[in-house]
Design a protein around this ligand. Structure first.
Ligand code: NA7
Length: 550
């Protein structure tokens, strides 16, 4: 902190990648700004998710900021896909390089934000007892930052240790000689299971839904490739902006090349050859898997065939075979040694489709089929994604309306950036933007730049408030839903966190924007070029009409 104060031009909530860059931009503009951060360090997702095996699924050289040439030239990555510790070290480096910590209040959680209409300022209360005020409030609260804590009967009576992957102890957990039970086989479960198996005496994996995953093929970064990327960063950043996902085609490894071949064009013999060649990678290697049900079904069968080839015990293989949902409806998982882990004699797979969890017992877990004893329970059970962190804060806008009530039937925000009745409250990578469907670093940078430019525009024009016109917001929300409608992402059998379907009682609605980062950026730029079309500005109490023609 520069100096103790409670009034700011802007308060940023969160000191992950988004909060850090936002704070930097605001300070560069000469504004007084403060970031609030629940943790005692920067890094957000990468601060909390320290479980063994935690790793980014976007190439390091692209999962990085491009706003500072010195920063992108000066940092050396060691692997194609960075481990959690390396991303966290990078974000600490960013905080140090731009001297951000002095304006971050750590171990401080925002509990309430109320808009004072007469003062046209946000009043904020923290659980540390701070009462703060700011003209602008920027929610950099993250999309996967509100962990789901399933209400398992008996959990509080478990006599062993319980650890969430999303809150893994900083000092690590010594699992040697201990029996471990893990619930959850999403990205977090898939990443930690092979390592837990190595460390534990015995590992019990409780699987509710089998996963589609394929090898990350991570490796040390070749120095020549890193030099090539650094020499060509200008071009590579341009290609990121022109892509759907915010990842350029230069990314090392096959993971991010866009498939062009069609599975349905292959004969049976050619498919068999493709399976030999691609293995589990079949799930991402054909363009029509995402668009045609018949291709998807064939790919699912090929994937199951790979499992049967890999797993020694045919019964275990069948348990690992997905049957419920198509490939591509959930976030694609990438792994290191996931399936072969189930060939170990000290790993037991429990398929919860054959008998669900009845209770956590003092010494383990009971399903309708049997009882399992272990010393440590690991919960890799996911997050209340995209809206969870915001819903957990008591945010009140005009007329004392809460954001939680406004979003009860699904998130409503124009461009995913601002929501009507909540003036000057920006959201970085919120619902209605490409966000989690893209390289987050890229999308964070785009949003932060847009927000900073918008705040600058308001300053130049003497505007006090910005908020969306209701019709512009409604049209955007309808557009986001229309774009996702009928795609594999919204398949009726899909219970993804993109749809909020993993959270009991949450309205099922597809939250991110599926149009891709190129189209989305063009729309955001066009709105600005048309004098912030669809937004309403207020100046000294007077309302500037929403520009016509939206
Ligand atoms: P995910 O992908 O939501 O995975 C959570 C896993 O936990 C998934 O296998 C769930 O099964 C399982 N789960 C959740 N609740 C329960 C209960 N009550 N009983 C049994 N199993 C349960 O979260 P991750 O942390 O792995 O990954 C989130 C994102 O972080 C990831 O996509 C990356 O972007 C990084 P289900 O599939 O719902 O049947």
């Amino acid at each position: 902190m520069s100096e103790p104060r409670d009034e700011f031009d802007a308060i940023v909530v969160g000191a992950g990648a988004a909060g850090l860059y936002m704070l930097h931009r605001l300070r560069e503009m000469g504004l007084t700004a403060l970031a609030l951060e629940t943790g005692d360090g920067v890094g957000g997702t990468w601060f909390w998710n320290r479980y063994p095996g935690a790793r980014c699924d976007v190439p390091s050289l692209e999962y990085s900021f491009g706003f500072s040439e010195e920063l992108q030239q000066g940092w050396e990555w060691s692997e194609i896909m960075p481990a959690q510790s390396e991303v966290l070290a990078y974000l600490n480096h960013v905080a140090d390089r731009f001297d951000l910590r002095r304006d971050i209040r750590f171990e401080t959680r925002l509990s309430a934000a109320t808009y004072d209409e007469s003062a046209r300022r946000w009043r904020l209360a923290t659980d540390a007892g701070d009462v703060l005020s700011a003209r602008f409030c920027v929610m950099a609260t993250g999309c996967l930052s509100a962990p789901l804590r399933p209400d398992f009967e008996g959990l509080d009576r478990f006599e062993g240790d319980v650890h969430y992957t999303s809150g893994w102890p900083r000092e690590g957990v010594d699992l040697s000689g201990r029996r471990v039970g893990v619930i959850g086989t999403g990205s977090s479960g898939v990443q930690c299971i092979p390592i837990l198996a190595e460390q534990a005496d015995h590992l019990y994996v409780f699987q509710r839904t089998p996963v589609y995953t394929f090898p990350a093929d991570n490796a040390p970064l070749e120095p020549d490739f890193q030099s090539f990327v650094k020499a060509n960063y200008r071009e590579i950043r341009k290609k990121q902006r022109a892509s759907d996902t915010g990842v350029s085609e230069h990314a090392q490894g096959a993971l991010f090349s866009t498939p062009t071949r069609r599975l349905l064009d292959l004969s049976a013999v050619e498919r068999a050859a493709a399976l030999e060649d691609l293995g589990f990678g079949v799930v991402r290697s054909f363009a029509d898997i995402r668009t045609e049900t018949a291709a998807n079904e064939i790919a699912v069968e090929m994937y199951r065939e790979m499992i049967r080839r890999t797993i020694d015990d045919p019964l275990v293989a069948e348990r690992l075979c997905p049957r419920e949902h198509p490939i591509g409806c959930k976030r694609q998982v990438v792994d290191t040694d996931y399936f072969i882990t189930f060939n170990r004699p000290d790993v037991t797979l429990i398929d919860l489709r054959e008998g669900g969890i009845e209770a956590i017992t003092p010494t383990g877990l009971r399903t309708t089929n049997g009882e399992y004893e272990f010393d440590v329970l690991v919960l890799a059970t996911g997050f209340d994604a995209m809206t969870g962190a915001l819903r957990r804060i008591d945010i009140r806008g005009r007329h004392d309306r809460t954001l939680a009530s406004k979003w009860a039937d699904g998130p409503r925000a124009y461009l995913g950036l601002l929501s009507a009745d909540f003036p000057n409250l920006f959201t970085i990578t919120g619902p209605g933007s490409p966000s989690v469907l893209s390289n987050m670093m890229h999308s964070i940078e785009q949003h932060v730049d847009w927000i900073a430019d918008c705040i600058g525009h308001m300053g130049e024009n003497g505007f006090d408030e910005i908020e969306p016109a209701v019709d512009a917001e409604d049209e955007w929300v309808a557009h986001v839903i229309d774009e996702a409608d009928g795609t594999v992402w919204t398949a009726p059998s899909c219970r993804s966190w993109y749809l909020g379907a993993n959270v009991p009682g949450k309205r099922r609605i597809f939250m991110p924007y599926t149009g891709g980062v190129k189209k989305y950026r063009a729309k955001c730029d066009e709105v600005v070029a048309r004098d912030y079309e669809g937004f309403v500005f207020t100046r000294s109490g007077r309302t500037e009409p929403a520009p016509a023609g939206f």
